[in-house]
Design a protein around this ligand. Structure first.
Ligand SMILES: Cc1ncc(COP(=O)(O)O)c(C=O)c1O
Length: 383
């Protein structure tokens, strides 16, 4: 059976050129960048070069780049670290209801355990957050706003630059989780987000898993989560994962200024999917037609749930998702679909197809052809 992989928002295959560029580090680089001797200094030079080249892509200072283990860690460092740093100034924080769990659970934790007050702003039926609602929500004691750039479940692109400018005008730190933006939408410089903190990981654009970074606009210095040595500008203790960092840098240089995801082709393919799958009376396409990730097509299917649908697709060799991969395995309704105004029942049936560089016309026509059968079967199983 042929595998049809339509889950690029969960992760992407490692690019062959990036892999090749990483291999020599496995062979040759045995030193610790913190060691004084020449073996250590060689490793330090590689680390410094990676940081410098990332900063050149982002047009920022090298000291504004903190290497992390990925999107989750970057979000945790940005949110927990900034809230703790600024708590004597204020304890009010703002986010949206459609963030990834790696953001939402940080705010839940700060509320439950550390006495912060959180405003979680609603979105409209397409997943858009009105920047005006942020302006209204900002108070004298607000210290941090966090809004994602691109939604992982339905693909809505937020106007983060407008939100960032607004926050700057109000003197509030702005963080954006841009994990799904990189590789899919252009990043001419890190300033395109107008943010003080930007989270990114590279396994979403053909880099290795477990590698990412947090951009931190100086002079902001979030409280570290990990304590020990003075690594990463004293923001993240621990010997650096040079192999992952090099892979991150290689993928970032190649695939993010001009996105690696072929937007024009993917837009046509996802529009085709929205039209063709949407013809089924049980199926409803989600998210906006414009201002969305070109690769993402999300649906709800009445009378069944995500598990039945995903299992049915998997039997046919098709990999899709019920939204955030981390939530797979639980039948929780999608908080994103709920926030967009759908019923709890509908929110349990989210089906996300996220396409990528290797997706072919044949993949799409196979899906369109077998989809009605899968819906009939899974509605039948439940009914
Ligand atoms: C929007 C968003 N933020 C954060 C993450 C977490 O990133 P990582 O898997 O690198 O921890 C993901 C991954 O799915 C994501 O889609």
């Amino acid at each position: 059976m042929r595998t049809i992989y339509l889950d690029y928002n969960a992760t992407t295959p490692l690019d062959q050129e990036v892999r090749k560029a990483m291999l020599p580090l496995l062979e040759d680089l045995q030193g610790n960048p913190s060691s004084i001797h020449h073996v250590g200094r060689k490793a330090r030079a590689v680390l410094d070069e990676a940081r410098y080249r990332v900063s050149a892509v982002w047009r920022c200072k090298p000291s504004e780049v903190i290497f992390t283990s990925g999107g989750t860690e970057s979000n945790n460092l940005a949110i927990l670290g900034t809230a703790r740093l600024l708590k004597s100034k204020g304890r009010h924080l703002i986010t949206s209801q459609v963030e990834h769990h790696a953001v939402l659970h940080c705010f839940d934790y700060l509320e439950r355990k550390e006495g912060f007050e959180i405003t979680r702003l609603p979105v409209d039926h397409e997943g858009f957050l009105d920047p005006l609602t942020i302006e209204k929500a900002i108070r004298a004691d607000t210290v941090l706003v966090s809004v994602m750039a691109a939604n992982n479940e339905v693909g809505t692109l937020q106007d983060v630059a407008a939100i960032g400018k607004l926050c700057r005008r109000k003197g509030v730190v702005f963080h954006t989780d841009a994990v799904q933006w990189f590789g899919k939408e252009p990043v001419p410089s890190i300033d395109c987000f107008q943010a003080d903190l930007v989270s990114v990981c590279c396994h979403k654009f053909h880099g290795p898993k477990g590698a990412g970074a947090l951009f931190v606009r100086s002079p902001l210095l979030p409280d570290p989560l990990m304590h020990g040595g003075g690594h990463e500008n004293e923001r993240r203790a621990g010997t650096e994962n040079l192999l992952a960092i090099w892979g991150f840098m290689e993928a970032l240089e190649r695939f993010t200024v001009t996105p690696v995801f072929p937007g024009v082709r993917l837009r046509e393919q996802t529009q085709h999917l929205r039209r063709a799958l949407g013809e089924n009376p049980y199926v409803k396409a989600l998210g906006p037609k414009e201002r969305r990730l070109t690769n993402t097509a999300a649906f709800t299917v009445s009378g069944t749930d995500s598990f039945a649908l995903l299992a049915g697709l998997d039997i046919e060799g098709i990999c899709a998702s019920s939204g955030s991969a981390c939530a797979a395995g639980s039948l929780e309704p999608s908080h994103v679909v709920l926030a967009m105004g759908a019923s709890r029942e509908a929110s349990r049936s989210l089906l996300r197809f996220s396409l990528g560089r290797e997706t072919t016309e044949q993949d799409i026509s196979t899906l369109v052809e077998i989809f009605p059968r899968i819906v009939d079967r899974s509605v039948g199983v439940r009914g």
